[in-house]
Design a protein around this ligand. Sequence first.
Ligand SMILES: Nc1ncnc2c1ncn2[C@@H]1O[C@H](COP(=O)(O)OP(=O)(O)OP(=O)(O)O)[C@@H](O)[C@H]1O
Ligand SMILES: Cc1ncsc1CCO
Ligand SMILES: [Mg+2]
Length: 285
Amino acid sequence: MESSSHSSKEEIAKTEEEWSKKAWEILSKVRENSPLIQCITNLVSMDLVANTLLAVGASPAMIISSQEIPDFTPQVNALYVNVGTLSSSLLPAINSAAQIAGKFRIPWVFDPVAAGSSGFRLRACLDLLLLKPTVVRGNGSEIIALSRASCGTTKGADSLHESKDALEAAKSLAQATGAVVAVTGAVDIVTDGKQVIGAHNGVQMMQKITATGCSVTALIAAFVAVDPSHPFEATAAALSVFGIAGELGMQAAKGPGSLRVNLIDSLYGLDQASIHHHAKISLLS
Ligand SMILES: Nc1ncnc2c1ncn2[C@@H]1O[C@H](COP(=O)(O)OP(=O)(O)OP(=O)(O)O)[C@@H](O)[C@H]1O
Ligand SMILES: Cc1ncsc1CCO
Ligand SMILES: [Mg+2]
């Protein structure tokens, strides 16, 4: 067991106003610094992930071959790993990139897509957790599957509501791994194992676009890249910013197709006033 890199003694934003300032600060830093984000993501999500990063001013690089990783990964500002279309040929590249990130103290962010769907995938995810991701972001089912497998929590899940179960699972997972853990859904939850933040932005229609989850995890990587000492705050800020872009994008959307386009446009054009007006982030405990 290990505590997260975030110290509980550090002052973190408390009011919604402080949070919206923080979110704007980090987004501005991404736009100014254009962090290089290596993305080893699934085949479905590559386009939306790269366009999400470009829309906020980050620089995406889909470099996924084992032959290139030893040269390339040490130069990146953050690594993003996603196991959505995992294969036995991709897994060594993922492991090698995560190991290099650890060695060079480069933040890395992990999206355990469908973690519990096969033994192969679950074992790969558990092995990756041992390489100490800075942040893990999944939906409720994924975080519950990982937490059960890595922390041995068997809590009679069927009798619990999923969001509550996912919160406890996220806390256990954060405590066991030292990662900041985020669970997305109607409310996005972020925890370092002690404190919990809720980000209440977003629209339900985002679930109807494939890879919005993958893309918000990439956005977390960009935010952590420019604020690596505060992964807890950076994660909450990224989730809120993506949710706000969804809300603004929805205003003129006719369905998932136009929302997908509008979401990218909204991320690109997001200004301080919109963040201030729409951000709904609060410390839950
Ligand atoms: N009911 C909802 N209301 C508002 N926002 C939502 C809702 N459900 C999901 N979202 C938002 O949609 C985005 C994707 O979250 P989701 O939990 O659907 O990810 P996911 O299941 O990993 O998706 P995928 O695997 O398709 O990438 C997040 O920004 C989240 O906040
Ligand atoms: C549909 C799908 N299948 C594997 S990954 C992916 C994208 C959403 O995670
Ligand atoms: Mg997902």
